[in-house]
Design a protein around this ligand. Sequence first.
Ligand SMILES: [Ca+2]
Ligand SMILES: [Ca+2]
Ligand SMILES: [Ca+2]
Ligand SMILES: [Ca+2]
Length: 341
Amino acid sequence: MDKFFKKTMKSNHFSIKSHIVIAIAILIAPVFNVQGQPVPSPENNIPFLVTFGKKAPTFWGDFDFSQIWFFVVPDTYKGMVYIRVFDPDTGGANDEINGVFDTKMLYSIYGGKDAYSHEEAQKVNPKGKYKTGNLLASKVFGNDPKYDNQWYTFGPFNPTEGEHFPAYKAYYFKVICEGIEGDDGNMYRYFMSTSATENIPIEGGNSFTHEYTFRLHDDPNQVSYIFPFVEPETTNILVENFDWDNDGQIRVTSEVRREQPMNVSGDDVWVESKFAIREGEIGKSLAFHLIKSKNPVIKNNNVVITVRNQKGDYAKFYSAPIGGFPRYKYTIDQPKLPPKK
Ligand SMILES: [Ca+2]
Ligand SMILES: [Ca+2]
Ligand SMILES: [Ca+2]
Ligand SMILES: [Ca+2]
C-alpha cells in the first residue's frame, strides 16, 4: 500500500512537472514562430503542395511543373539543418494519377551566394538562372513504394551553407521540386528540422515561396489561409490565381480590411485582382481566406497563386505569418463610448 502510494506520488510529481514544461512551451511558441517549418503550416490548413510532371496538361492545375521554397534559419541557431520531404514519390498514396504513374520528381537544395539574392530566383517562372547558388543535395523520385507516404531526409546541412542575409540575421536555403518526366501530380510536404528522423522545428525558423501551388481540401467546410507579406513602400498589389475551377471565394483580410473579395479563376485560366495597400498593412502579412464552394463540391482541386507589388516584385508567402495571424480589428471603426460612472 505504502509502496503504491509512493509510486503514485512520484508519477504525480512528474506529470505536474511535464505540465509546467508544456505550458512554458506554449507560451514561448508564438515568439519563436515554431509553426514556420512544416510546409504547408498548420495556419495554412492546406493538405499538400503540388507539382506535376512536365507532360501534364495545365488544366490539372500546375502551369510550370516546378515549385521553389526558401527555408530561413536564424543566425542564432548553431546546430544542423535537415530538410525533410513527406511522400516525395509520385505513386501509391496521396498522389494524382494520370493514366499510369510514370512521373519523376527532382528535388534540389541550394545554398551559398545568389541562392536567393539572384533576381531570377525570386521570379515565379522557372526560367533563366533560377538554379543559382551551390547545389548542396539532389535526388530523383519516381513511383517508389519505399518512399510512399514516408518522410525522406536531406542533410545534414550546416546553417552557414545557406546564403547569408545580415539584414535579416538569417541564412536562406532554396529547395526546388520539378517534374522532370511524366504527367502525374505529386503531392508532398516539407519540414525543416533539427533532426534526421523526427520533425523538430528550429527556433525562429520560417519558410516562404513566391508562387504557391497546392491542393485545396476536398471537404467544402475547410477554409485554407495564405499570408503574403507586405514589404515597406508597397502601394498597390496585383493578385493572380490559376485554375481555381470557380471553387468558392478568395477574400483578403488584415487588421484594417475585412474579407474583401477577389476574383477567382476558372478552369485552366489566370485571373487578376488589384487593390491599394492601406497604411496599417505595411510590414505585416495579409490573410487570404480560401473558402470552398459548397455546391458543387469540387474535389482534387490544384491551384496556383502569386502576388506582386507596384514595382513587379513578387511577395513572400510565409508559412508562419510575420506579425501573427492577421485578423480584422473590429474596434477601429467603433466610436468611443463615454466612460462609465
Ligand atoms: Ca501518367
Ligand atoms: Ca505517394
Ligand atoms: Ca508524392
Ligand atoms: Ca484546379
